[in-house]
Design a protein around this ligand. Structure first.
Ligand code: ADP
Ligand code: MG
Length: 139
């Protein structure tokens, strides 16, 4: 199986609830290595840029307001099959439908304020990593 890198965000609801350490520990305990990490507080414009793929969706304004409402932790995670593995650890978008033990089941409040973001495919992972990190910041 290939070693991949994926992009993750610990969202403002989770940083507000002091869940950063618990979420990072979960990634590490699942065999995902943190190879880049930074705390950021996105402006509304920056959130609109990052989530441009969702522009036009009915939840776009709510999503971008939420993502710019407080600090996030942006991360690059590395490991075997990291993109899919991270999506499994996160659980379904809607915490009500997320499997037991997943981060969203454990920590999310709603389909909008759902604790974590994770890239969904190799192309989006590459784009999202490059949005926040220079190659020299990844180790
Ligand atoms: P995921 O984050 O699981 O990949 P999507 O890419 O479909 O989910 O959506 C991106 C983000 O937009 C979600 O994580 C969530 O924060 C928000 N979102 C998605 N659907 C809704 C919705 N119906 N209402 C409010 N926010 C939503
Ligand atoms: Mg998505």
């Amino acid at each position: 199986m290939a070693i991949e890198r994926t992009f993750s965000i610990i969202k403002p609801d989770a940083t507000r609830k002091n869940l950063v350490g618990k979420i990072l520990a979960r990634f590490e305990s699942e065999g995902l290595r943190i190879c880049g990490m930074r705390k950021v507080h996105m402006s509304l414009r920056e959130a609109e840029g990052f989530y441009a793929v969702h522009a036009g969706r009915p939840f776009f304004a709510e999503l971008t307001a939420f993502m710019s409402s407080g600090p996030c932790v942006v991360l690059v995670l590395e490991g075997e099959n990291a993109i899919l593995r991270n999506r499994e650890i996160m659980g379904a978008t809607n915490p009500a439908q997320a499997a037991e033990g997943t981060l969203r089941k454990l920590y999310a409040d709603s389909i909008g304020e759902n604790a974590v973001h994770g890239s969904d495919a190799p192309d989006t992972a590459a784009t999202e990593i490059a949005w926040f990190f220079r190659g020299t910041e990844l180790h």
